[in-house]
Design a protein around this ligand. Structure first.
Ligand SMILES: [Zn+2]
Length: 259
């Protein structure tokens, strides 16, 4: 059979295509068998501290950063501000309310709107006992990840549900906030409140550790972060059973913040 010049050209093209395919295959196999490319190093940078309006008690120290900051109150009164986040919870909140009543202690409950909606009878119980209700958002998101409209929604829906008897205090979930969130809160007439004693009870580290953390940091005007929702609060209750009489014997009174 005679090979024409066009046949020859077609074969040459086919040959070139085969070589290109082999080359690609070699590259693919080569890439697969070589050491993985090191990932670029990510350096996390904390945002610059931002000014925010944080008020609690008669005087206050404005102090806020994007990570949970220390929150101080300046007072010479022997008072401790107990604060409970993430409730109301049908199992734990009533037990905590009983305990507080036994020790004539008042507290501030930073409630989630969705929980307050689900358990209005507990909210009523808290009100009747003289505790203060405050805003901890509707659904506990990281507010720094939301757009402005969603932040306003989270806060205003909760505030509307709590009604006129709610305090005007607000605590961002995880303590995460920035200048924009502080401004959004102010826009709604809310004051941001953080804490200066983190009991770490949310991670259930053991009753003794919760007691030790509070005992070592408590002072006049301390704002203590505790939880009545978000998981078992058995250790929180056991810690309070130890600490409430102990601190009362030292002369401390337990007062609701944001009053
Ligand atoms: Zn929370």
């Amino acid at each position: 059979m005679q090979i024409t010049s066009s046949d020859y050209s077609r074969k040459r093209h086919a040959c070139r295509h085969s070589l290109v395919l082999i080359g690609l295959l070699w590259l693919l196999i080569g890439c697969g068998s070589s050491a993985p490319t090191p990932r670029p190093t990510i350096t996390w940078r904390l945002a610059q501290p931002v000014a925010a309006t944080i008020t609690i008690g008669p005087t206050y120290t404005p102090q806020a950063t994007e990570v949970p900051p220390m929150q101080s109150t300046q007072t010479s009164n022997k008072v401790v501000y107990l604060t409970f986040d993430d409730g109301p919870d049908p199992t734990w909140t009533p037990k905590i309310l009983d305990l507080l009543a036994q020790h004539n202690a008042q507290a501030t409950f930073f409630v989630l709107g969705r929980n307050a909606q689900a358990y209005p009878e507990i909210i009523e119980q808290q009100r009747l006992a003289g505790h203060l209700l405050a805003n901890h958002s509707w659904s506990h998101p990281d507010l720094t990840q939301l757009d402005q409209a969603s932040v306003l929604n989270e806060l205003s829906a909760t505030q509307a549900l709590l009604g006129a008897t709610a305090s005007n205090c607000f605590r961002p979930p995880y303590g995460k906030h920035n200048q924009q969130i502080a401004a959004n809160a102010n826009q709604l007439g809310l004051r941001m409140v953080l804490w200066d004693v983190d009991s770490a009870d949310w991670k259930q580290p053991g009753t003794e550790e919760i007691v030790a953390r509070i005992r070592s940091q408590v002072r006049d005007g301390a704002v203590v972060l505790l939880h009545d929702g978000g998981g078992s609060r058995q250790q929180t209750i056991e810690a309070l059973e130890i600490l409430l009489p102990e601190l009362a014997a030292q002369g401390y009174r337990f007062v609701a913040a944001c009053s």
